[in-house]
Design a protein around this ligand. Structure first.
Ligand code: PGA
Length: 263
């Protein structure tokens, strides 16, 4: 894992947007896996700027979102589909037919999940998967205990996740208890992974998934099994890491590292 520590949320967002933009420039028809939540809002804002100012072209880009609440129709204001249009898709030249977000109000979730996996395969797999991390260590809605072999499916949400996400809803009772989410197995098949996190409330869980043991109790720790992961944190989220000096050395000597390690 490459760990990049930035001083604040703004820098974290700029760096992660640069990583995504570089991927799109490298491969114009990149397949991106995208995340929702507070964390990536700044990253999407930066990407929109790169599109507007530097002409970053999304016309051939295809996107697959990680997850969606069960029961929420795409236009619902709390749906992740709405979030994505509001924060990114409406502001760049992505084509409507290239955007996939799990359908929360599907009549047949099992069949839908199967179809979603098929679409990812048909697109050639995900080139770059963007992830946030939940307070309980989840990626997507893969709550503690999720199998590392899991595929897109319906998952019941943890109490902590419901509480964390209640801020977006009028009352806690309105937060759906189930979500469709890509599985850990689905996520680990992406060619590259970019996880972003900010704020002190993520410090413990970041230390656990980066420097702790691989465990299904912190599903983000499964990323230790992947060969190409970049983690971009602000200083607050990185504040409980033990090997900060090493991460910073690697970053400051990137030219040397790239020459020797190839990345
Ligand atoms: P957040 O959510 O970005 O709103 O903190 C992250 C997540 O739950 O994956």
């Amino acid at each position: 894992m490459e760990i990049i520590i930035e001083p604040d949320y703004e820098k974290m967002s700029k760096t992660s947007a640069r990583i995504i933009a570089a991927e799109i420039r490298r491969k114009h028809d990149s397949v991106l896996g995208l995340a929702t939540g507070d964390t990536p809002i700044g990253t999407y804002k930066e990407l929109v700027k790169v599109h507007e100012i530097e002409g970053l072209d999304f016309s051939k880009v295809r996107t697959f979102n990680l997850d969606e609440y069960v029961g929420l129709a795409p236009p619902h204001k709390n749906s992740y589909n709405y979030f994505m249009w509001d924060n990114l898709f409406n502001h760049v030249n992505v084509s409507l037919s290239s955007v996939y977000v799990p359908q929360g109000n599907t009549d047949d979730p099992e069949q839908f999940c199967h179809w979603y996996e098929e679409q990812i395969q048909k697109a050639g797999g995900i080139d770059l998967q963007v992830l946030g991390i939940g307070g309980d260590g989840h990626i997507g809605f893969n709550e503690p205990g999720s199998s590392f072999a899991s595929r897109t499916r319906v998952k019941a949400l943890e109490e902590q996740t419901v509480k964390d996400n209640a801020r977006f809803f009028e009352k806690e009772e309105d937060v759906p208890r189930f979500a469709i989410t890509m599985g850990i197995g689905t996520i680990l098949e992406a060619r590259k992974i970019l996880l972003i996190a900010n704020g002190e409330k993520k410090a413990d869980v970041c230390a656990q998934f980066i420097e702790g043991p691989v465990t299904s109790q912190i599903t983000a720790s499964s990323l230790q099994l992947h060969s190409y992961v970049t983690v971009v944190l602000d200083e607050a989220a990185a504040s409980k890491l033990k090997r900060t000096e090493y991460y910073n050395w690697v970053r400051d000597n990137k030219h040397l590292v790239e020459k020797r390690v190839g990345r």
